[in-house]
Design a protein around this ligand. Structure first.
Ligand code: GLY
Length: 595
């Protein structure tokens, strides 16, 4: 069933295409512009559905699926449109993780950025001290070798159905014709300072008085259109070698304050990887997620595994809000899981797993021993890492650093293939450098700041940090693209994930719990208010918890304050009758479309 709001789209312009099967129609109006917290209905579909963070991106994926493309084809089209319309969150200048279900098996594709060969553990140390976080972000130092495009090319070569070239038409068309600036892009530009310092971004996204593009303004991006046309014609090599690559390197190496050392060889040598997915039994479900270098699946499943060993609460929900009893268990489980994450998790090509196997961190006996540490009173900032398995070197615990940005895409196609892809340039607007590919045209794409996901210090008290910078290494991530299956039938149950930095982990864990145990549908589960801790203070979503719940947490010893917690969850669930139901986060402007 096509959601009503999309049926009302009229005056579509038909754009003729070169190859069979797929002709893109650029919407003459933006399907929906979101702002702030906006109630969403949830969307039903009978056989296929796509959920993404911007309506134009969702629509591109929908049109690909409608034309007979599969989940991978749609993911390529969605990502290219996101590069244009949600440039603050993800794009060809960044990295991504993609979980794929081909109807039989699950695959995990790694397009995470890598540190340049010239990088060392001292990358973010200046005059003997770690840089201030934002000084490191808005610099050439933070830019990693991007992986999203190479990864999509690899996955498309293995699983794609429609021609690669056609999948770029939606983004190229919108970049040439212009698209309507959304509320979220406008708000993100308005709240930004460092982006205004960039010579290209300052004139592309702001007027002469420094005012950001208005909501509804038509924005064309001829530089990106030209770059995407080259990639459509030549493949990812157009970004990784030659003049567009040279421009990427020039931008990084000529940063006016802190240039980076990323080189042409770093770009041309980049390889996307296929990794072994982590699939974890969780009562009647099997939850499949991304292994290290993401900490996402391990930390999500530690939290849920610890919770499963806690006394069952009679009322985990209290008038539609998670009760203080459940929140206490959840926050304490988070403290323990984040303590393990900070000690152990890093790029597996550089860091050994405890006991040689990451699954030991999820062993039921180990999680039972962790769960036993939870009492009536909060452990506050006192959670220590456990000992899931022996290591040949002992690591120091990495203190938590800020992480932001990111976008999530979930797709189920008519043949039952599914993807969950979380994609990022790290912070909003990444390293605050726009690259025009050397075209000399207006616009372009943003370069990531993913290397600030590494620890800023290589060692603490003489012990190395697992997630320190090393040449060619991938920074630890929190991204948690997740595919859920029914253990008995093996059928797909759900695809989900979220942006939100380290809080991705809490958003994903709580959504899974709400869907499995509290009978909430894909939309209701996303709507619930958030509460998080990275091991110290507790943050609860501003204005969404009654005072008595906050007070009850304080009485147990949690230090609690309110703040915006802007998840961007996207979920598609398969219902018992085989149909689909999708939800998009009310805190951002995403939508679901399907038939
Ligand atoms: N930069 C967000 C993440 O990888 O978790």
């Amino acid at each position: 069933m096509l959601p009503k709001r999309f049926l009302s789209l009229t005056g579509l312009m038909l754009v003729p295409l070169y190859s069979w099967g797929f002709s893109y129609e650029a919407p003459s109006v933006t399907p929906e512009v979101g702002s702030g917290f906006e109630e969403k209905p949830g969307w039903a579909a009978s056989s296929f559905a796509v959920a993404a963070a911007n309506p134009l991106a969702t629509d591109a994926g929908y049109q690909v699926l409608k034309a007979g493309g599969n989940a991978i084809d749609a993911a390529v089209a969605v990502q290219m449109v996101l590069t244009l319309v949600e440039p603050q969150s993800s794009g060809i200048g960044g990295g991504a993780f993609l979980m794929h279900y081909d109807g039989t098996d699950v695959q995990a594709y790694d397009g995470r950025e890598t540190a340049p060969q010239a990088a060392s553990g001292e990358l973010f140390i200046e005059n003997g001290e770690p840089l201030a976080f934002m000084d490191a972000v808005a610099s050439g130092l933070s830019v990693g070798v991007p992986g999203t495009l190479r990864m999509l090319e690899m996955v498309h070569a293995e699983h794609g159905q429609l021609p690669w070239k056609d999948l770029f038409t939606p983004a190229i068309t919108l970049a040439e014709q212009g698209f309507s600036v959304s509320q979220r892009l406008h708000t993100s530009l308005a709240s930004e300072t460092a982006l205004r310092e960039d010579e290209l971004a300052s004139v592309f996204y702001y007027d002469a008085e420094g005012e950001p593009l208005e909501v509804g303004a038509t924005l064309k991006n001829p530089a990106l259109a030209a770059i995407l046309q080259r990639i459509a014609d030549e493949g990812s090599i157009a970004l990784y070698e030659g003049d567009i690559a040279q421009n990427f390197v020039d931008r990084v190496q000529s940063h006016p304050v802190r240039p980076g050392e990323l080189s042409l060889n770093d770009l041309s040598d980049y390889e996307a990887l296929e990794r072994e997915p982590l699939c974890t039994p969780w009562q009647q479900w099997e939850v499949c997620g991304f292994p290290p270098p993401s900490s996402g699946h391990l930390t999500v499943m530690q939290i849920l595994g610890i919770l499963d060993q806690q006394p069952l609460l009679e009322a985990p929900l209290d008038n539609g809000v998670t009760s203080s009893g459940w929140l206490h268990q959840f926050l304490e489980a988070s403290r323990l899981a984040f303590a393990d994450r900070g000690r152990y998790i890093g790029d597996p090509d550089f860091v050994e797993a405890p006991g040689g196997d990451w699954q030991l961190m999820l062993a039921p006996d180990y999680l039972a021993s962790r769960s036993a540490l939870i009492g009536e009173e909060s452990m506050g900032s006192g959670a220590k890492p456990g000992n899931p398995g022996e290591l040949s070197v002992s690591f120091a615990s990495q203190p938590e650093q800020p992480e932001y940005g990111t976008s999530h895409i979930s797709i189920v196609d008519a043949d039952g293939n599914a993807i969950a892809m979380t994609t990022t340039i790290e912070q909003a607007f990444g390293s605050r450098m726009l690259a025009d590919g050397g075209t000399g045209l207006a616009g372009g794409y943003l370069l990531n700041n993913e290397l600030t996901d590494f620890s800023f210090v290589p060692e603490i008290d003489g012990e190395l940090v697992a997630n320190r910078v090393e040449p060619g290494k991938r920074p630890r991530s929190s991204m948690s693209p997740t595919l859920v299956f029914d253990q008995e039938s093996g059928e797909l149950v759900a695809s989900l994930g979220s942006p939100g930095g380290a809080a991705i982990i809490h958003y994903t864990a709580r959504t899974l719990q709400a869907m499995r145990d509290w009978g909430l549908d894909a939309q209701e589960a996303l709507n619930l208010p958030h509460a998080i801790t990275l091991g110290g203070d507790v943050f609860v979503e501003e204005g969404r918890f009654p005072d008595d719940i906050i007070e009850a947490l304080r009485e147990r010893g949690h230090t609690v304050s309110e703040r915006e917690l802007t998840s961007g969850l996207q979920t598609i669930m398969r219902l018992e009758d085989g149909s689909l139901f999708g939800g998009a986060d009310p805190r951002r402007e995403g939508v679901v479309m399907g038939d």
